[in-house]
Design a protein around this ligand. Structure first.
Ligand SMILES: C[S@@+](CC[C@H](N)C(=O)[O-])C[C@H]1O[C@@H](n2cnc3c(N)ncnc32)[C@H](O)[C@@H]1O
Length: 220
């Protein structure tokens, strides 16, 4: 298991180049994907963005959402960048699996490229349900598990491990493996949402199925 300290350290270290990197690897598509996440999830009430990183989802939620706009992330380096971009947003250094908020305070909970990084996805979903008001939505945008994922994880854990560890160090390499291994198919995420008590599940597949956006409603 990769420690939270390692995860926060990895993202804090890359916080200065993160936006440019993500723009490059997604060929700029990340912005329309995040806007769609917001469109499907945020319906004019308080927003909690989990793993907010540099705050891009909150910036896109400004127009459609109510207030407050809250971003949560364990990586203080990422939060520092986000604070400069969104003066009216509130930021908290914490984990998605243990939310420091009272019950039923948010209208929506969003996650962009975060779900597969969580160490306990079911614990997070229980927390999301707790902090959402009745009728509130959780929206998950993430990379889908694909046919070669298992093989890639195998290679990273065996053949290419020595070179990976040499370049990135053992902890970071384990973290990369973890976040690929923990990616899910949209159907698996749907099942987890249903098991956690969310209903009216909506699935959108984007970029030839590479990316999914999944929204669930707290119906009771
Ligand atoms: C790939 S970045 C995504 C950032 C941003 N949401 C975006 O779409 O650009 C993943 C973020 O999740 C955060 N993260 C990792 N583990 C987390 C956890 N257990 N709880 C909350 N956030 C976490 C990381 O610190 C990082 O900022």
């Amino acid at each position: 298991m990769v420690s939270y300290k390692t995860v926060a350290g990895v993202f804090s270290q890359i916080s200065g180049i993160y936006d440019r990197f993500l723009g490059l690897v997604s060929a700029g598509r990340i912005h329309s994907l995040q806007r769609r996440l917001v469109e499907l999830t945020c319906k004019g009430d308080a927003v909690l963005d989990i793993g907010t990183g540099t705050g891009e989802v909150l910036l896109k939620a400004k127009e459609r959402a109510g207030r407050p706009l809250v971003g949560l992330d364990p990586a203080d380096g990422m939060i520092s960048v986000a604070k400069k971009k969104c003066g009216e947003c509130f930021f908290v250094i914490a984990l998605g699996e243990n939310l420091p908020f009272r019950d039923r305070v948010f209208g929506s909970v969003t996650l962009s490229l975060v779900f597969r990084h969580l160490q306990d996805q079911r614990a997070f979903l229980a927390e999301a349900k707790r902090v959402l008001k009745r009728g509130g939505r959780v929206g998950i945008l993430d990379v889908s598990r694909f046919m070669g994922t298992g093989f890639l994880v195998f290679l990273m854990g065996t053949l290419i491990r020595p070179i990976g560890q040499l370049i990135f160090g053992r902890d970071k390499w384990d973290f990369f493996i973890h976040s690929i291994r923990e990616s899910h198919t949209p159907e698996e995420v749907k099942e987890m949402l249903e098991d956690s008590g969310f209903g009216q599940i909506q699935i959108e597949k984007r970029l030839f199925g590479l990316i999914h956006i999944i929204v669930g409603v707290k119906t009771a």
